[in-house]
Design a protein around this ligand. Structure first.
Ligand code: SF4
Length: 406
C-alpha cells in the first residue's frame, strides 16, 4: 500500500507532550531551536495556569468497560457488567457540560468502544458539529467493519489510535487472541481508503512496550510506515500490584486500576530487556528519518532504566486529575481512571459544574498532595502528562542533546 499524499518532514521524531502543543523541530536551525524553546516555555506557563485553575481541558469517556480483547497487560476485559450504561443522549449531554466547562478534546475509550455502535459514530458526529471541539478513538479494531470505519471518517474524527503491540503473531500473543492482527490490518486499509487525500483522521499505531514484546516492538514502525500510518507512539507498560493498592486506600476506597498483574506475573522488564528497549528506540530514531511516518517515543525516553525495571514513575503532581474529566460507563465522574470507585458525582443527576472542584474532587486532590496514594508513584499515565516544570525542562534538554536516561 502506498502512502497517501504525505510529505516527509525534515525530522520526524516528534516532540509532543500528550496532545498539547509542543516543540516540533522540523528543520534544525538556530531560529527553529529558539522558536521551539519559546513555544515550550509558553506551553509550560499555560500548563501551570491550567493546573492551578483546575479547569477541565479534555475528557476520557469510558463508553463501556467491556472488552473483546484478552490482553496480558490490561484487565479491563474482566469487567463484564453492561447494566446501566449511558445512552447516546446521556453522552451528548455530558459533552455539552464538559464543553461548557472548557474541555475541547474528547477521547472515546473502553474497554472496546466498538461494543457501543449505538453511541460511537453519532457521538463523534455530535462533537464535531460544534466549533473548536476535537475527538479521538482508541481501538483494538476487533469489531471494526468497513461501514464503521467509513462512518468515523465521515463524522470527521480527528485521530484514531490503533493498539499494535507487534506485527502479526507478536501482536496476537500480547492481545491474547488469535487473528486479532488481521482486523488491525483491515482497519488501517479501510481508514486510509475512507480518508482518501485528506490527512484526517490521523492514524496512530499505539505500541505498549513490556517484557512480552521488548525484542519485537520495533517491527511496528516499518510496518506502520509501509501501511501508510502517520505516527508510531511508544508507551511503556503500566503495572500495579496488590500491596500498592492496599497502601493506596483512601477514606475506605481502594483503587481499581486495570493495569494489574495477572496471575501474579509481572510485565515490567529486567535490566537487560530495558537496555534492549533503549537501544532499539535509538535505532528507530535513526531509521524513521528515511520514512514518512513520525515516531513518538518520549514516554520511553523519559523513563530511566531503573524506572523501567521498578515501574516507579516519579509523579510529583497529578495534572490529569485537575484537567481531565473521566466519565465511566454509568455516568460517574471519577477521580481518575485508576480510582474508578472514587466518585465525584454523576452526570445523569448533576451538572458537571457542581461536580468539578466540588467537595469529593477537592478531597481527592488533597489526598494526592498529601502523598496518600502510593499507586501514583507507579502511574504510567503520568509519565507524559504529569512532569513538573523542572522535570519537563530536564527532559527537554536531554532530548535536545540526544541524551538517554539510563
Ligand atoms: S497520578 Fe494518581 S491520581 Fe493521577 S492519574 Fe495516576 S493514579 Fe490517578
Amino acid at each position: 500500500m502506498t502512502s497517501p499524499n504525505r510529505s516527509k518532514p525534515a525530522s520526524n521524531v516528534e516532540w509532543q507532550e500528550d496532545r498539547y502543543p509542543q516543540p516540533l523541530i522540523k528543520k534544525r536551525t538556530p531560529f527553529t531551536y529558539f522558536q521551539a524553546g519559546w513555544r515550550f516555555l509558553t506551553y509550560l506557563f499555560q500548563r501551570e495556569m491550567r493546573y492551578y485553575r483546575k479547569r477541565p481541558i479534555d475528557t476520557l469517556f469510558f463508553l463501556t468497560y467491556r472488552c473483546t480483547s484478552r490482553c496480558k497487560t490490561c484487565t479491563l476485559w474482566q469487567r463484564t457488567d453492561k447494566a446501566d450504561e449511558m445512552s447516546l443522549d446521556d453522552w451528548k449531554r455530558t459533552v455539552d457540560m464538559c464543553a461548557e466547562q472548557g474541555a475541547t478534546y474528547f477521547e472515546m475509550f473502553g474497554g472496546d468502544a466498538l461494543l457501543r455502535p449505538d453511541v460511537l459514530v453519532p457521538l463523534v458526529e455530535y462533537i464535531k458539529s460544534q466549533p473548536g471541539l476535537a475527538c479521538d478513538l482508541v481501538t483494538n479494531c476487533n469489531l471494526m467493519t468497513e461501514k464503521m470505519a467509513r462512518g468515523l471518517v465521515e463524522a470527521r474524527i480527528d485521530d484514531i489510535w490503533i493498539s499494535m503491540d507487534g506485527v502479526a503473531e507478536d501482536h496476537n500473543l500480547v492481545r491474547g487472541k488469535e487473528r486479532t492482527f488481521n482486523r488491525v490490518e483491515m482497519t488501517i486499509k479501510w481508514m486510509l481508503e475512507s480518508r482518501g487525500s485528506s490527512p484526517y483522521p490521523l492514524l496512530h499505531a499505539n505500541t505498549t512496550v513490556s517484557n512480552l514484546n521488548y525484542n519485537t516492538f520495533d517491527r511496528v514502525l516499518p510496518y506502520a510506515d509501509r501501511m501508510g500510518m502517520d505516527f508510531n507512539h511508544l508507551e511503556y507498560v503500566g503495572e500495579f500490584w496488590d500491596e500498592l493498592l492496599d497502601q493506596s486506600i483512601i477514606d475506605g476506597v481502594r483503587p481499581n486500576p486495570y493495569f494489574v498483574r495477572q496471575d501474579g506475573l509481572s510485565v515490567l522488564v529486567n535490566e537487560e530487556q530495558a537496555r534492549t528497549i533503549k537501544a532499539k528506540v535509538a535505532q528507530m530514531k535513526k531509521d524513521v528519518r528515511r520514512m514518512n511516518i513520525s515516531l513518538q517515543c518520549e514516554n520511553v525516553d523519559k523513563l530511566s532504566i531503573k524506572q523501567m525495571i521498578s515501574g516507579f514513575c516519579d509523579n510529583r503532581r497529578c495534572y490529569i486529575t485537575r484537567g481531565k474529566v473521566t466519565v465511566d460507563p454509568k455516568g460517574n465522574v471519577v477521580g481518575c481512571g485508576f480510582y474508578g470507585d472514587w466518585i465525584l458525582g454523576n452526570v445523569r443527576q448533576q451538572h458537571l459544574k457542581d461536580i468539578w472542584n466540588g467537595e469529593k474532587h477537592r478531597q481527592f486532590m488533597k489526598h494526592i498532595a498529601q502523598g496518600n496514594m502510593k499507586i501514583c508513584d507507579h502511574c504510567i499515565l503520568g509519565v507524559q502528562r504529569n512532569p513538573t516544570p523542572a522535570q519537563n525542562i530536564r527532559d527537554y534538554f536531554n532530548r535536545a542533546l540526544g541524551r538517554d536516561r539510563t
